[in-house]
Design a binder for this molecule. Structure first.
Ligand SMILES: Cc1ncc(COP(=O)(O)O)c(C=O)c1O
Length: 427
């Protein structure tokens, strides 16, 4: 299963890699490189797998926009029935552009601003996943100002042990900045019950990202459900939602993705017994394996006993290897037959600008194309203009068709909001 999901939507055809029915060489020729390429079919498949696994209980998938925020990707997921999980006003704007409306949206995030709270209240979103007492009080005040009641799910840090490949991606352990610490959660939830302009509708957690075992979900859910019982005993009448976050792991290399059957067997009985509607916030699971970053080899060189393959994509395009020490499989689009061991590095002026170190890969020459696999999540979304590099284009493939869903940035885009001749103001 790991292999087929890892390569979902991408397979060799006539000696070269294609995405569904479109050769990657065609996209490189028409759109240039570097370019992110996503398979609509692979996104649909992942959505359907997860949706079916949760089918026995009332549920909704709220796609985590941060993983890949392209509006065409959001529109595709919306067409499948997904809602979204947003973490900023900018993501609210994107979701709205993609046709999602208030009832489709839950809003997570540890530092929502007053402006963002106002915008989300005006949009009539389903739930604010409130992460602190301060945020709860501000939300109550802002809702009162505009004479509405804010729908609240308290995001609780369940303080369970979470195993992910990098500690940056753990969010549900004691001392993490996210959510209300478990020991304080009952008191903050009770406050939500008493404030005049908030209505406590649910409980929420998000324990981390690239999680491949089900135990932390089980442990976290049990803690949330214990809290729900205490709240009901304290008079909470309106609890309707149980949001268990995203985090489901995928295969980048040889690791096992989360076992969906096991996940469902763990989560569903508790969800059913709770009587609450189950919400999940998957990001990576829906889009991670559905994308590649296509890049062209610029040069090869040797130095200090190392062999380098230098590509036209850099860490500004795909930060994960440098930031999380993450593994991405790398394949020649048209393999020549030989193999080599090399560091695959980008043009950015940082020694941390690499995609793989001492990796055995297809032997490639300058001009060849490489597909950096599983780049659909936290790829373009984390890209930047570092080294004044225009950001890559994005392409969506659906069957035999493909469309540019983000045009490649131009140099003018780099300085659009800058001026060399500022207007000075007096202090
Ligand atoms: C609140 C919240 N929900 C969902 C996600 C999605 O995580 P993943 O892409 O691992 O499913 C994240 C990402 O970190 C998150 O912060």
């Amino acid at each position: 299963m790991g292999e087929s999901v890892l390569t979902a939507g991408f397979a060799p055809a006539d000696g070269a890699l294609a995405c569904e029915g479109v050769p990657l060489e065609t996209i490189a020729r028409d759109v240039g490189t570097p370019v992110f390429i996503y398979s609509a079919g692979a996104i649909r498949d992942a959505y359907t797998r997860l949706d079916r696994a949760l089918a026995p209980v009332p549920h909704r998938l709220h796609y985590s926009v941060k993983a890949n925020a392209n509006v065409a990707v959001l529109a595709l997921l919306r067409s499948l029935g997904a809602g979204v999980d947003i973490v900023s006003g900018g993501e609210l704007y994107r979701a709205t552009l993609a046709g999602l409306t208030g009832a489709d949206i839950v809003f997570s995030g540890v530092g929502k601003t007053e402006r963002e709270l106002r915008e989300a209240l005006a949009a009539g979103i389903l739930l604010f996943n409130v992460e602190s007492e301060g945020e709860l009080r501000l939300l109550d005040r802002v809702a009162g100002d505009i004479r509405v009641t804010a729908p609240v799910a308290l995001r609780v840090n369940p303080e369970v042990s979470v195993d992910t490949p990098h500690h940056y991606t753990r969010t549900g352990e004691r001392g993490d900045k996210f959510g209300v610490p478990y020991p304080d959660a009952l008191a903050v939830a009770q406050l939500a019950l008493t404030l005049p302009h908030t209505r406590l509708l649910g409980l929420d957690m998000h324990i981390g990202s690239q999680v491949s075992s089900v135990e932390p979900y089980r442990d976290g859910m049990l803690r949330l459900l214990e809290l729900a019982d205490d709240l009901r005993a304290a008079g909470a009448q309106d609890l309707r939602y149980l949001d268990i976050g995203g985090g489901l792991g995928v295969t980048y290399d040889t690791e096992d993705p989360i076992d969906l059957d096991e996940y469902a067997a763990t989560v569903l009985p508790h969800a059913a017994a709770s009587g609450l509607k189950l919400l999940v916030e998957p990001g990576r699971y829906l889009v991670g394996n559905a994308g590649v970053l296509l890049t062209r080899v610029l040069y090869r060189k040797e130095g200090g006993g190392r062999e380098f393959v230098i590509t036209d994509a850099g860490m500004n395009d795909l930060l994960r290897p440098s930031h999380y020490n993450a593994y991405h499989r790398i394949d020649a689009v048209r393999p020549r037959g030989g193999r080599t061991q090399a560091d695959i590095v980008g043009p950015v002026c940082e020694s941390g600008d690499f995609f793989a170190l001492a990796r055995e890969i297809d032997d490639v020459r300058p001009g060849d194309l490489l597909a950096i696999r599983s780049a659909g999540a936290y790829g373009f979304a984390m890209s930047s203009n570092y080294n004044a590099r225009p950001r890559a284009a994005e392409v969506l493939v659906d069957g035999e068709r493909f469309a540019e869903i983000t045009a490649r940035e131009q140099y003018e885009d780099l300085v659009r909001h800058e001026t060399a001749h500022p207007t000075w103001r007096n202090a």
